[in-house]
Design a protein around this ligand. Sequence first.
Ligand code: GAR
Length: 214
Amino acid sequence: MSLNSNLVNIVVFASGSGSNFKSIHQKIKEGEISGKIKIVVSNNPNSGALKYAISEGIPIFIHNKVRFHNEEKYYESLSKKLIEVNAELLVLAGFMKKIPDEIVAHFERRIINIHPSLLPKFGGKGFFGMNVHRAVIQLGEKESGASVHFVNKIYDDGPIVAQSVITVNDNESPEDLAARVLVEEHKLYPEVVKAFCENRILWENNKPIIVKGN
Ligand code: GAR
């Protein structure tokens, strides 16, 4: 466990049920991750992620084009919020909106995303949630899993930092596969966040590598 002064300031972005966010928050509460979730950003005011944040006393920020309808305000409002909370790591956990390019550039190597496939397979626009698992099964893939990658300006394209691989069972439904991949996500994502907070992600030739802790 680390002392409070060493905690990394994390901003979580989530649009949906927020189970990945919860799995990370749980590890923070257990003292496993030396980070603090400063705020949860969501485009969806009714998301499970926001409900959970509120129940845990974590500040929230609703950021969408209904509240901030011109491009400049949309970017500026988010940018201002990130400065206000002194954000050091942005964690996209089922966030279904694109992070503005200026923010991606500013937070280079400090934004991570989780995706429910073995990237670069089944990534990019249109591949989210159940669409991914349907495609994996339709194409008869033998393996699937979860990937955590750093975010660049292209959807699901940034450098992969960790993956978890599972076997696709014969006659498995997309729903069953999604549920099994999600279990992997809940193990993988906290591990990557933990490694980031412990400064254990090194870069070699533009590739991130997690080094083992003690
Ligand atoms: C997760 O399966 C995550 O990998 C996926 O959305 C789900 C969010 O679940 N993300 C994407 O498809 C991103 N392209 P959660 O809200 O329960 O964490």
